[in-house]
Design a protein around this ligand. Sequence first.
Ligand SMILES: Nc1ncnc2c1ncn2[C@@H]1O[C@H](COP(=O)(O)OP(=O)(O)OP(=O)(O)O)[C@@H](O)[C@H]1O
Ligand SMILES: [Mg+2]
Length: 381
Amino acid sequence: MPVRVGEFLLMRHLGRGGMGSVYGAWDPMLHRAVAIKVMLSPEGQPMPDWASLESEARSAAQLNHPHVAQVYNFGYHRQQPYLVMELVRGHQLDEFMTPDEPMDARFLFGLALQVVDGLSQASERNLLHSDIKPENIMIAPKGGAKLVDFGLSGAAGTGSAAAGKIVWGSPYYVAPERLQRKPASIRSDMYSLGATMYHALTGKTPFTGDNPKDVMMARLSTKPEPLRSLRPDLPPEAEALISRMMAVEPGLRHPTYGSLAADLRRLIDIMGGPVDVSDFAVRRFGGGAGTSTARFRAISRNAARRTPAVRNPTGDLRTQSTRAVLVTGELTTRKSIGRIVGVVLAVMALGGAIAFAVWVMKQRSELAAAAEVPAKTAVAP
Ligand SMILES: Nc1ncnc2c1ncn2[C@@H]1O[C@H](COP(=O)(O)OP(=O)(O)OP(=O)(O)O)[C@@H](O)[C@H]1O
Ligand SMILES: [Mg+2]
């Protein structure tokens, strides 16, 4: 018997990310397949404030856009929140990315345009995505890009338990202002999309490091290698666009999604016009016209990622997760940042105490000197 979460039957474990596990499931009421993300509190961390997640899910559910995976429902299973959403039958953008084979730029810019369109509609409802990365951009064989996980990272970072302590985001793509605990805006999502595009085009992440902390901090002190030194086939306008999207100062990025979309369209035109994104994806991987969803799935170059179907459930959803969790490192990094801040504050406090002690001693000797002066002056005449 499959595990039930609410009225939904879990059929297949699709993977695990930083915030929980995702399952392919069946809605017995509406007779349709859905995806369910069961949220898990990160080990050793304060319990996120699920109420903010609930409100974010409610806002995301208002979104109805062809390039955003629709949110259907939200509920709790044994105190663990779960989100029911459109099951995207496709592949993540990262599955199309290889270090040795450059990605077709017109395909990528076409995808980016679809993503920007989804983000733009969301921004009209004051919704930020907050975790744009290749893993959260899925490509369906029909319909192109589908953004998943709208607003979830932002919500997890704003709850009362998490506020001030946690910045959810992925080290390679997170905007610098979010690391600096400055307000996030649509420009933070633009940065993450720019970093995602850089990675997709070059096969290299814009910043590297031995650990998540180094990767995150690199964007505050270094610049990514110029795009065209890795992709000389691209026009200078492509490098200019991505550099602008990835400007450290948010004010230097595009002011609106409209202006970003206009730049993307201009770039696509310079490069010879648009390609049909979903058709291109299928052809690129050998499917040919009319490729079925099943065939499309079969051409995944990342079959190893697939996890076994949920069988013999133990009832404990945590034990069924098999995928590596990137966010653990991020949380460690947050701890390290906290430690650095703690050390800096301690040094400042110590410095302050020493300065105060010196000042007190100086005052005392001045008072003593002042006390002596009248006696001397009184004697002098
Ligand atoms: N709506 C969906 N339809 C189909 N598959 C999905 C859906 N949402 C997520 N998945 C898949 O489930 C797996 C786990 O996704 P999850 O979002 O938990 O991980 P992630 O994106 O790597 O990390 P993060 O928690 O930072 O978003 C991924 O392989 C993803 O492609
Ligand atoms: Mg995700």
